[in-house]
Design a protein around this ligand. Structure first.
Ligand code: GTQ
Length: 348
């Protein structure tokens, strides 16, 4: 018989009295809480949940009449985990939200130590400017605003634009080093021309003599057209992973590692009829369907998804993907943090 891990000791009057007296000196008995501090496997307060875009969209659009982007600074409907209410997070470490910008609006320039990604959900003609270099948004594009870079969002087009924000705010808040700063003007001065980052750093060539010291990718715009074409090309080789279909990471081309040090970003293609094997990791995963439809079975419960839906799989939940049509799933995760610290695990 194996020994049970840290059983909670019985309470007695003597013990209760002792605990009460030591509490006055800001001391507390470890043995009363050890079983919760050191559980046998990861325990999360987050719950798997889906945000159906058809249900969310009316609220996102209504927000345009409630507040301007300028007044809100960022007009975002935070995707709050149902069991983490009031904490502005989708898991203990990750934040997600749906941001709306209307034609002609500006979300004013600022910078902050938390890192952000934008994944475009609907519309065209809006842009994020990073240090004044504009990246124009198309559905399925990934745009990065790494820690401490100046960024503003604007809109030269004529339809509402919505994107999914992913940030490491809860993690950075927990660790402590949150800084944020507004830029004096609403818009950062014009920087390099649109597309410069992709040409300069994303073409498998590097301007002669340049070296890097940042952990962030110098490429900050990953257009969907290119991501999708890459996945379609690889699909022809039929090298389909039993858990992930074909899954690619958006990388920092100077390191081959994650695009930003705290946030991993991925796009996977699941072929029609895909019935995936179980995936279970200590990291949390936020998925967003770009195209297709299917379902993900999470600890035995089925979550149906279709294009533009977002769902979260918290740490150590077993999940397997099934696709009804050729499907494209974007995801972001805190996996890189755990990997850097040597505490990431996935079940075999
Ligand atoms: O666009 O800079 O969803 O600063 C939350 C905080 C978006 C942003 C969010 C932010 C932003």
């Amino acid at each position: 018989m194996s020994r049970a891990l840290h059983e909670k000791p019985k309470m007695t009057n003597t013990r209760a009295d002792f605990y009460g007296r030591m509490a006055e000196k800001n001391m507390t008995p470890l043995w009363e809480v050890l079983h919760t501090l050191l559980a046998e496997a990861p325990v999360t307060d987050a719950t798997p949940h889906k945000w159906d875009y058809d249900e969310c969209r009316p609220y996102v659009m209504e927000s345009a009449g409630i507040i301007s982007a300028a007044e809100a600074e960022r007009r975002v409907m935070v995707l709050e985990n149902p069991t983490l209410q009031g904490r502005s997070c989708i898991t203990e470490a990750l934040y997600a939200g749906l941001q709306l910008i209307m034609p002609g609006e500006v979300a004013p320039a600022h910078r902050h130590s938390p890192a952000a990604l934008r994944f475009i959900v609907e519309g065209t003609g809006a842009y994020t400017a990073i240090n004044g270099e504009k990246a124009y948004m198309e559905v399925g594009d990934l745009i990065l605003t790494p820690s401490w870079v100046w960024h503003d969002h604007g809109h030269d087009g004529d339809v509402p634009v919505v994107w999914l924000d992913g940030l490491d705010i809860p993690l950075v808040r927990y660790l402590g080093p949150v800084f944020a700063e507004p830029f004096p003007d609403a818009e950062f001065p014009q920087g390099r021309p649109t597309g410069d980052n992709m040409a300069r750093y994303g073409g498998n060539m590097l301007p002669f003599g340049e070296t890097f010291k940042s952990q962030n990718s110098p490429v900050f715009h990953y257009p969907y057209a290119k991501t999708r074409e890459t996945l379609e090309t690889l699909a022809k080789s039929q090298d389909i992973d039993r858990r992930h279909g074909i899954k690619l990471e958006y990388i920092n081309p100077t390191t081959g590692g994650p695009a930003m040090p705290t946030l991993g970003t991925f796009m996977q293609r699941l072929p029609r009829g895909f019935a995936g094997d179980t995936y279970q990791t200590t990291a949390a995963w936020v998925y967003h369907c770009v195209e297709g439809s299917g379902r993900t079975v999470i600890n035995g419960e089925t979550m149906e998804w279709k294009a533009k839906d977002t769902f979260v799989v918290p740490a150590w939940y077993k999940h397997e993907h099934h696709a009804d049509a050729d499907s494209f799933l974007f995801s972001f995760t805190d996996q890189p943090v755990q990997q850097k610290l040597g505490i990431f695990r996935e079940a075999a």
